[in-house]
Design a protein around this ligand. Structure first.
Ligand SMILES: [Zn+2]
Ligand SMILES: [Zn+2]
Ligand SMILES: [Zn+2]
Length: 494
């Protein structure tokens, strides 16, 4: 009996005394991701023994919440317990495990961390509550916004839905002054709440802002209710629908102004800053010489077709437009033809943009992204603007990848094999490869002309071709020598 007691005391002392007992509070504090590794400090070396259920909950071995399919007991340091598997969470009832060997000093340290954690948990709860309130605010604002948008669109079937509510709206006409989208003269957008009628009227020409399909007698279609003026009109309607409810105003009140500010800031940025380099080929309209940009049309069946367009109406009344696939195929055919004769030219270091240019481009993109972000505010959901933001982020990713791996590698040109690629049905070159391997692509009505940095007469062509010829001559000399020696041997034998 006495011996058993001594044995028990000895084993408890070896394990660190009574602190071997489950200490829910200590494990909760030490495992919380709201405390940093630095804050945990030396305590990270303590070990915890636990059994983990399949859902990630961890328990002291004897806890009644340990499931039949729980893993065997394991022991980890607090450091490993904090990182191993993010799904791990200590049980509230038992503390999640058994903490070994806590000294009085360590207990004190943990007790000191507890109030820090409590403050952070409180902050988390407040943040979550604020997020929920904001989501609710946005949800209510979106509901009003969607109704206002449909009223601006003016589809008769939808206006019937709103007819009943409209009876309670103020009598009269709401109006806001704007600049005409066609001529820039003063114009007005008006809303008659009782009639649910939204109109645009240019002071110079009543036809402005509307579009009639040729040869049709239907009502003219509004062109003004896209983008900025559309947002002005939605605001006019939404304020009436919202009445005393200020949620719409708090969420979308500045949207039209933010849209204009962002569009202006981006245009001013473009005017002041030429793009230092290109990640796509320089494609010009053969008629007017303007840059052609690509865009994609989603067809009614869901299919997509991409085009290059110069954005200018030519004297014959048509826009310069070409299917993107046709132009890309023409570029690829030219490049494959060129590189079949000189395969190694696909990856010559001279095609790499300089470190300075890349740094300049990264700065350019960062500044343009900043111009966007500081202005976009309530207009961040606009499809056109957010697409531009995505493109900028995509370019930044590419530039970062180029700075790490080199442009030729990112463009997929370092392992170029002309023989393998010629028959491939997939596009042979990436957009970046086309950009690196062409200087100009001129898209005429019947002819696409492609200039490359490797064309006859360019400095790079002269350098590379001279090297090629020198290598070939060296090889010929070697061969000549070989033949001369062989001949000499044959003659000596006679
Ligand atoms: Zn438990
Ligand atoms: Zn006008
Ligand atoms: Zn053109």
């Amino acid at each position: 009996m006495r011996a058993e007691c001594l044995l028990l005391i000895a084993s408890l002392e070896r394990e660190g005394g009574w602190s071997l007992l489950a200490d829910p509070e200590a494990i909760r504090v030490l495992s919380s991701p709201l405390l940093s590794e630095d804050e945990i400090g030396e305590l990270a070396r303590l070990t915890v023994t636990f059994r983990a259920n399949q859902n990630g909950g961890t328990h002291a071995a004897g806890c009644r919440h340990v499931s039949a399919r729980a893993a065997d007991a394991e022991t980890l340091t607090i450091a490993a317990f904090r990182t191993a598997g993010s799904g791990r969470h200590p049980c509230q009832a038992c503390g999640g495990g058994i903490l070994a060997s806590l000294s009085a000093e360590q207990r004190e340290q943990i007790a000191g961390l507890a109030p820090v954690l409590e403050t952070r948990l409180q902050q988390e709860r407040e943040n979550a509550a604020a997020r929920r309130r904001m989501q609710e605010l946005i949800r209510r604002a979106d509901a009003i916004d969607e109704r206002a948008r449909r009223i601006v669109d003016g589809w008769h079937w939808y206006l019937e839905h709103e007819r009943e509510a409209a009876a309670g709206y103020p009598v009269g006409v709401e109006s806001v002054g704007v600049a005409c989208s066609d001529c820039g003269a003063t114009a007005a957008i008006t809303f008659e709440p009782r009639a649910l009628r939204v109109c645009f009227r240019c002071s110079q020409d009543a036809g402005h802002g509307y579009f009639r399909m040729p040869g049709e007698d239907d009502e003219p279609l509004p062109t003004w209710n896209h983008q900025e003026l559309g947002y002005v009109a939605i605001a006019l309607v939404a304020l009436v629908l919202a009445g005393d409810d200020d949620t719409w105003c708090r969420v979308y009140g500045t949207r039209a102004a933010d849209y204009r500010a962002t569009a202006d800031a981006l245009a001013a940025f473009d005017a002041a800053n030429p793009e230092p380099m290109r990640l796509t080929p320089d494609i010009r309209c053969g008629e007017c010489g303007n840059v052609m940009n690509s865009f994609t049309i989603t067809e009614p069946g869901g299919g997509k077709e991409s085009y290059y367009e110069c954005g200018t109406r030519h004297p014959d009344g048509r826009y310069g437009r070409s299917k993107k696939d046709d132009v890309d195929t023409a570029i690829d055919e030219t490049l494959v033809r060129l590189l079949r004769q000189h395969p190694s030219w696909a990856a010559v270091p001279q095609l790499e943009p300089s470190t300075a240019t890349l740094a300049q481009y990264a700065d350019y993109l960062a500044a343009k992204i900043k111009a966007y972000d500081t202005n976009v505010g309530a207009a961040s959901q606009d499809p056109g603007l957010s697409r531009q933001r995505e493109e900028l982020a995509g370019k930044m990713n590419t530039v970062n990848a180029i700075r790490e791996q080199g442009a030729l590698a990112v463009a997929g040109l370092t392992g170029y094999q002309p023989g393998l690629w010629f028959s491939a049905t997939e596009p042979a070159f990436t957009a970046l490869a086309r950009a690196l391997l062409t200087t100009l692509v001129n898209v005429g009505e019947n002819k696409i002309t492609i200039s490359t940095p490797l064309d006859h007469g360019t400095p790079l062509y002269r350098t590379l071709r001279a090297r090629e010829i020198r290598d070939e001559l060296t090889e010929l000399e070697r061969r000549q020598q070989q033949l001369a020696e062989e001949l000499a041997e044959l003659s000596a034998a006679d």
